[in-house]
Design a protein around this ligand. Sequence first.
Ligand code: C2E
Ligand code: CA
Ligand code: CA
Length: 689
Amino acid sequence: MTPRPSAAELAAIEAARLGVWPALADALLDAVWLVDAALLQVAHANAAAGALLGVPCEALRGRSVEMLAATPEDLAFWHGVRCGDADAALLSDTWVRHADGHLVPVTRRVSRVAGGPGSDFFLVALRDCSAQRDAEREREAVIADLRATLESTADGILVTDLGGAIRAFNERFAILWNMPRELLARRDDAAVRAWMRRSVTNPDAYERRLAAIGEATMLQASEEVALHGGRMLERVTLPQCSGGGPVGRVWSFRDISDRLAARRRIEQLAHTDALTGLPNRSALAERYAAALAAGSPFATLLVDIDRFKHLNDTFGQPFGDRVLVEVAERLARCKREADTLARLAGDQYALLVAGAGRDGAQGAARRLLEAMQRPFALDGVGFTVTCSIGIALHPHDGDDMDALLRGADAAVHAMKDAGGAGWRLHEPRDDVDRLARIRLDHAMRQALARGDFHLHYQPQVGLASGEVVGCEALLRWRDPELGDVPPGDFIPVAEESGFIVALGDWVLGEAVRQAAAWRAEGWVMPVAVNVSALQFQRADFVERVAQVLRAAGLPAALLELELTESILLHDADAALGRLRALDALGVQLAIDDFGTGYSSLGYLKRFPIRRLKIDRSFVRGLPGEEADVGIAQAIVNLGRALKLRVVAEGVETEAQRRFLHDAGCDHYQGWLFAPALDAARFAERVRRR
Ligand code: C2E
Ligand code: CA
Ligand code: CA
């Protein structure tokens, strides 16, 4: 009887049977076990196999392969082996079950190997694929995310490789390019590219640009692509890089048509006058720049509505606005295609007449004035609007917009001074005048602050009695540099600049203060004060008069206000209200320069007027000139009929005085009796009598 082999002897026999395989298996990183081909039991398993299945590797030894087989594929394989399929081999992705129950993805190869002499084995090698699977799953998730992102962006996206082949695109891309689904489904890159080329307005430039981008693989660019039908796409392209080098290109497209339209609208608004829709000053500046750059002569016509303020004040601003619009329309109809008509400000328009010299400009001015001749009719109100036009010529009068507009403006002012309703070419003298006006205005303001203004008083005398019945306060200004400046020179400038309001207020205060001082001395001397339109139109005028009287303690009856007809006509209703309020205060009212304005007898009856003043210009020709005789007599008769007093001014001769006396005029003032004198000399002269 053979003695039982010792454990060591058994181990040695087993080792001989297994040959090199266990050592080899232990040296591998993959999980490996050896299956005895005869017994179909595990003969050896390496440490990695133990780890993969979650059991000590020794514990695997002796297990039947069916116990380890987790899938039908494995069972079928081992079944085949049992049935004698000696050369069976297996390679596939499958699962093994870990001791804790979870399935581990593996790639598994089973191959038959020869062991020691007379023994055969199957080598089962398994590679754990969990990490790889995880990575794949992650990649799929990332791709899904990217896909979702791609589809959810508002931009159309196209991804191409370096050769231009389409690799990806989103839905929005197809929509932006208006591409038929069918075309994209075909996956015909050439057809897609042809479609895009056909969609753009300039296919040649488009193609050239694409070629250039194709050359420069790292180029980043953003540009606009115009499509037929007016739409505009913004195309941004970036290289797509991988592993440090470009592998393709990402194109994104965005419809910027609305944005461009909005931008254009804003630009247009910035360049148009909201009221009339005409180009505004900044648009005009661009036309000037172009006209100046072109180098050919052109004319600037500055059109200013005469007495627009009057219209505005009389009928209200909305009405004035409609007049401005209608004037704009009429002027626009006169201009040629190449000319530019702009509204500069308020009631000022500028017409740039391309290619025009002196004659062309005058022709254009004539056309504009003609267009204004037709009467206006708004809200059943019929009226006429006249304009003053100043003309400046390029290059004669200047070589930039400012100089030309300034020149034309000076000409407009000269035209207005001459009565308006006409055109005038710029003359260098106008600039001097304009500058002189500005200087004068400045000097006046300083003079008022310094106290350089004074009042002189001219007596008004009863024609029948020879008694002094009152006086007119007249402004006097002696400037340290300019010397004596006559009111006829500075009053119009003050009226134009608005300074007359402050100046007139000073006159009112000073005259009332003087009359009150005389009265305090026991001398009752009514004083007449000239009031300018701007001053009278101030909302607080009546209140101001009341305040001045109160402050000086002068009875209102001793103050007379001299108003011109035009003041009363400007805004007849407002004027009437104001006159009534002044009348209620007890202030006397006179109409100055009567007969020189647009006399309308209607208002004389309605307004609480006490006196009419026959203007100096009608007195001059008395008694020899027939026209003056007629006018003077008519005014006196009118005064009689309306129970108004009549005072004649500018009486220089005894003959004039006698005529007026005989005609029935009530009072006179003039050098015949006395010029305007300062307060002291006035008092001395009048009291002495
Ligand atoms: P006006 O109101 O018609 O004043 C009468 C002008 O005739 C005054 O001229 C006066 O000095 C002048 N004058 C008086 N008698 C004679 C005469 O016998 N012969 C001649 N040739 N002239 C005579 P002045 O002072 O130069 O004032 C001119 C104009 O200036 C005034 O005309 C008036 O419209 C305006 N003005 C004067 N002072 C004021 C004022 O305080 N406020 C306002 N708003 N205007 C004033
Ligand atoms: Ca006067
Ligand atoms: Ca006068």
